[in-house]
Design a binder for this molecule. Sequence first.
Ligand SMILES: O=C(CO)[C@@H](O)[C@H](O)CF
Length: 562
Amino acid sequence: MAEPAARRCCLGWDFSTQQVKVVAVDAELNVFYEDSTYHLLLKDTGLFAVKNDVNYLTFSIIDMCQTQGGVHVHEDGLTVTSPVLMWVQALDIILEKMKASGFDFSQVLALSGAGQQHGSVYWKAGASRVLTSLSPDLLLHEQLQACFSITDCPVWMDSSTTAQCRQLEAAVGGAQALSGLTGSRAYERFTGNQIAKIYQQKPEAYSHTERISLVSSFAASLFLGSYSPIDHSDGSGMNLLRIQDKVWSQACLAACAPHLEEKLGPAVPSCSVVGSISSYYVRRYGFSSGCKVVAFTGDNPASLAGMRLEEGDIAVSLGTSDTLFLWLQEPTPALEGHIFCSPVDPQHYMALLCFKNGSLMREKIRDESASRSWGEFSKALQSTEMGNGGNLGFYFDVMEITPEIIGRHRFTAENREVSAFPGDVEIRALIEGQFMAKKIHAEGLGYRVNFNITLIVPKTKILATGGASHNRDILQVLADVFGAPVYVIDTTNSACVGSAYRAFHGLAAGTGMPFSEVVKLAPNPRLAATPTLGASQIYEALLQRYAKLEQRILTQTREPPE
Ligand SMILES: O=C(CO)[C@@H](O)[C@H](O)CF
């Protein structure tokens, strides 16, 4: 059989919480190969298996894994870690499977990747010598066993560093000062606070650490065969990087731990080529020695790249919790949300806003007011008018993140609080309320709907993803509230695909070609809804009422009546 035609490509990797994934993308930006592994962890033992399809790689592991999802929640219920060697073994598995499948590694021009944000890896003194002299006769995990001073790494689900957060904010003049400096107030999962905890509670391990990586730069180091620098975008999730001039904040470093800057190394622009692939991969897998490694970044910045978000766009991920990805020219750091340096444009920024009451809240109201049927839910939206007759609702059955409110609060057109709405009014109040909250808080971070003056239509587009993005009636409300067209895209592998796109961008970095030009051949999103005529007038007034009522609820819940 004729050999398959050579297919020059870039690889995009994603070291996420539950798995390691890879995609291969050709020069026409078609995805032609993908694979993944799943992490399984044994409760309270730290033992793990890495599953690839139906086969477990043989480890000394008990058959039944009691937990999965790649994390170990400790007994305090706050500390959450993952074994670093589990990530290393996952990479071994995927590479071995690609090799067994006959994947032609010699055609890989460059690779980049993503890692779950905020997680940190602690390389033991001397580890760099092991990294630079890997034997192609052995798997990575067989050679890196003794290279880490902390074997169970803190990850983004950890919330055990509240004390360290308060210490850091106090050191730099408060929460808003820290947000203005690093793009976020102190968050427990952010890496600077995690490093401070390790320095305070495991000083021996900290002193034996020669390098601290993020999960993203750790993964890049495995391919580089030396320590990869942290990129500006993922580095923005540490409460340590000054996002305006993109250098480490000396005040934040000093507040977290001594000699930290030398352990982190310099941060680099996200589109940087950080080197060529290690000879280990050339000799064991047949990569070309000219294959470039482009700085890895966080999973959310990589997803923004994968969605090809452009200036003025907004991506709304409608999942268990709803997440907004914003493209910002000039950030307005606040006490909520996160601002990161853009992964694809060194002059601009991206913002992340998380809304905890997402799909679970929509499903509850569907069950209560639409007989558990999405068809009935849609009919209710179709049968009620934009603006819902002035009725407004706030639906937070779990403590909301943005803003910190809990409970259900309903108001009539006269701003009188009531305990119930008719079913169809309830449904529209939920959806309009969820999207008005998103618009108001996005504008709080500096987002504005961009109008293309010549055409008097918004240049802004909204990219909707996640489960609820399959419901056209929900998307119609989204378009009406934002006054912008809504498109849908498949984001199943957005972090991986975005990483492959960034690898191509890294190869073109020397030419100054913008990311949007590099990825112009990628599949376009599909238009799903455009704003109804008159929508902006209706929601302009309603948004102002919503914002005032939100403040009223916040005041009431912070200072309950005597
Ligand atoms: O903490 C987060 C973002 O700030 C999560 O989205 C992690 O990146 C998930 F890995």
